[in-house]
Write a protein that binds this ligand. Sequence first.
Ligand SMILES: *Cc1c(COP(=O)(O)O)cnc(C)c1O
Length: 379
Amino acid sequence: MKKVVEFIQKTFNTKEFIPLHEPRFIGNEKKYLNDCIDSTFVSSVGKYVDQFEEEFAKKVGSKYAIATVNGTAALHISLLLADVKKEDEVITQALTFIATCNAISYIGAKPLFVDVDLDTMGLSPKSLENFLNENCKIVNNQCINKTTKKVIKACVPMHTFGHSCRISEIKDICDNWNIVLVEDAAESLGSYYKNRHTGTFGKVGAFSFNGNKIITSGGGGVIVTDDEKLAKRAKHLTTTAKIPHPFEYVHDEIGYNYRMPNLNAALLVAQLEQLDKFCENKEELALKYEQFFKNFEGIDFIKQPENSTSNYWLQAVILEDVKTRNEFLKFTNKNGVMTRPIWKLMNELEMFKDCQSIDLVNSRICEERIVNIPSSVIL
Ligand SMILES: *Cc1c(COP(=O)(O)O)cnc(C)c1O
């Protein structure tokens, strides 16, 4: 394990503390921020928000993009666009960051948990199909959970650490069962499955620009869709559902104050310009890690799955068992190299422990053995 610490220190060219993931502001960030402040348009209206939305949509190949205050808000609105209601159920993976389940819960809907594939760490189409075949039937064109009698309205797969899951296979299954596909692409900006950008397979997709993501606006998110009506509704819902009017306040439903401020968008426009460079840099780092761990007994580096191109946002390794994982976490963190275990399974948290799930063998393996290692863009 000492060799791992030495290798990471050499790779990042420092003996000081090495964090898991640091943002890099090496482009036009300060220029655009100054310009934004000088314009006085620092809040929810301004040219940078519009510019970002246009450039982002082009980048991922979707028709529309709607910027939000954070990724959780983007997911929340995405689920509303999918028409998820209070009494509905939403299928997702047990192995994900809490935000996926929080967004489902904000509506009052309930998450149901299926397993992940070991190679992608993302929702497994096989497990999804098994869950549906065992537990569900189609009634009046709706997918009904035979146990709870509730409607399964949507499915939210997540592209873990920027490795894309088998999203087109998942889409086919959702189409067969009349389930709306909503992608949690918070971690996968710059990642492609079969040459198509993640987040654009579903009816709606959500991204995050939190401080730890591949590019950041401090806090921020975005919703993407090809559906003009949904795009308009997303803008409406995120801007307090106010009817456009030169001076009057008229709101036609309960809306949200979820619009990304122009100040954050200014930072983000500069970050987006550097995305390709960041992805290349991270791929180089991944190759170095891969080479190093190839000859290392007991630790395997997690490579991008087949049919995909990863952004390698967070680099990850898998250890032999929970005991060696714990030793690895202890040793690296004590020696100034930050590492972190993957998330606890959602169905083990107090809030979701009563939610229905299917056999979660692979999720458990990941939960016990996967660790993230330093992943920042190297200057
Ligand atoms: C980061 C993240 C989000 C959204 O997070 P915010 O901090 O609200 O921007 C959602 N889902 C996943 C899987 C994430 O990693």
